[in-house]
Design a binder for this molecule. Structure first.
Ligand code: FAD
Length: 418
């Protein structure tokens, strides 16, 4: 059987949010590309299913009508207006995402099962510039001067696909990362998460606030309860792998124990029913800046370890990094440049300039969460002070303000009511 040879401008491995983000913007720039995806859509991805304002921002930039579609389908995409933090002492703090809300304000976030959301993104990739080979796993990548090629089996035919640049959007076990960066990158900072779907959980916030419960035994990780469309809930836990190893935690047992026995959570699950099997997955965290590109390749989303170390948010960063990778490639094509030096400036530096501070603050916050007393202190104070609640609320949109959270002076100010 002869190999069919295809040439394109960009190869993308993976059709999750990172691959979709890259594809949307390559199509916008009229750059032909081939997306290779091992699964067949619709496919599931273990996740908390919560999408932030950053997700909405990228979708809106790709096509405003897509965001309107999301906002008009509450049966699939549940609008979320805020976040509930529950401190280790059990005290809860409701923080709206939009403290200065008007009747025109749209919900900044939404929740949607990934099975639905990723399929929505997948359908939107259709364009004259995008060829998708799904059900097709990439196992081998070859380099020749100035080119990258992959050989894959698709519908019983063998293809060799060649391009000047390849985007790794292939998630936390990225083979592109393994091939190009295994020696240069720092070991991954990893968390492990479990996801369970329930129905019949009571006590949800009227405006679908997502809930993070910082239970003492899970710090600096947390248990989440995220409301989903149709009265269901995504419930899960995320903890640093290092903590799991050190404390020999059985994550599944710990999650089920908390659901049954925690005084704040247990009563809400009395009539709840687990409706799917509990599944786990890794979260590669952005705790330090790592290389994201090299000669003829770029890494996006989880392949680039771009999950927020505090919140665990990775969908927005995956879409955002895909968008920036496409913009860098547009410049590369115009200037005929695909070198490591070019992509470092056009992609890594741009991405870290926009997201680097956010990652640093989140890494610092994650470290602070090791101290339950500090968490209890802030939540106790905030539950008595509207202005402190407003300040924390604004931190979701204002990075300079959020940086305060990682500084001791912030806590002194609260202590002395400044
Ligand atoms: C338990 C848990 C809870 C989470 N909760 C949230 C949350 O609530 N909100 C949030 O924003 N983020 C959350 N995240 C993070 C989020 O799930 C990821 O950051 C996000 O999925 C990253 O998108 P991606 O496109 O980079 O990777 P993926 O979504 O993993 O997509 C990668 C794609 O590449 C394909 N692929 C992989 N290898 C190959 C190959 N060799 N050949 C071809 N195709 C390949 C895969 O099939 C897949 O479709 C959570 C993660 C976990 C584990």
């Amino acid at each position: 059987m002869s190999i069919q040879k295809l040439e394109t401008s960009v190869i993308i491995i993976g059709a999750g949010p990172a691959g979709a983000g890259a594809s949307f913007f390559l199509s916008k720039y009229e750059i032909p590309h081939i997306v290779i995806e091992k699964e067949t859509f619709p496919r599931d991805k273990v996740c908390g299913d919560a999408c932030s304002g950053k997700t909405a921002l990228v979708i809106n930039r790709a096509n405003t009508e897509w965001l309107d579609e999301i906002r008009h389908e509450p049966d699939n995409f549940l609008p979320s207006w805020g976040i509930k933090f529950v401190a280790p002492n059990g005290r809860a703090l409701d923080i709206p995402f939009s403290p200065k809300r008007t009747p025109e304000t749209k919900a900044p976030g939404f929740t949607v099962p990934r099975l639905t959301f990723d399929n929505f993104l997948f359908a939107k990739m259709a364009s004259p510039y995008c060829t998708i080979l799904q059900g097709t796993q990439v196992n081998l990548i070859n380099n020749s001067p100035g080119k990258v090629s992959v050989t894959v089996m698709h519908n019983a035919a063998e293809y060799e696909i060649t391009a000047p640049v390849i985007i790794g959007a292939d998630g936390d076990k990225s083979i592109i990362r393994k091939k190009y960066l295994s020696e240069n990158a720092a070991p991954k900072a990893y968390a492990v998460g479990l996801r369970a779907y329930y129905e019949g959980v009571t006590g949800m916030h009227a405006e679908n606030f997502i809930e993070l419960h910082f239970l003492p035994e899970m710090l600096p990780g947390y248990l989440w309860i995220f409301p989903l469309p149709g009265g269901r809930a995504n419930v899960g836990v995320g903890i640093l792998s290092e903590t799991i190893r050190r404390k020999k935690i059985n994550l599944r047992e710990q999650m089920l124990y908390a659901i049954k026995n925690s005084p704040q959570i247990g009563p809400r699950f009395v009539n709840a029913k687990l409706i799917d099997k509990i599944q786990g997955w890794g979260l590669p965290l952005a705790v330090e800046q790592q290389p994201l590109s090299g000669d003829n390749f770029m890494l996006t989303g989880d392949a680039g370890c771009l999950i927020d170390p505090f919140s665990g948010e990775g969908i927005g960063n995956a879409l955002y990094s895909g968008m920036l990778a496409a913009a860098a490639i547009k410049q590369g094509i115009e200037q005929k440049k695909y070198s490591a030096a070019f992509f470092k400036t056009a992609y890594d530096d741009v991405l870290y300039k926009r997201l680097g501070d956010e990652f640093k603050v989140s890494a610092a916050l994650q470290r602070l969460c090791k101290y339950p007393w500090l968490f209890n202190f802030v939540v106790n104070k905030a539950s008595k002070s509207q202005s402190l609640r407003d300040t924390i609320s604004s931190m979701f949109t204002d990075m300079d303000l959020r940086e305060q959270l990682s500084k001791p002076s912030f806590y002194f100010k609260i202590l002395f009511n400044k």
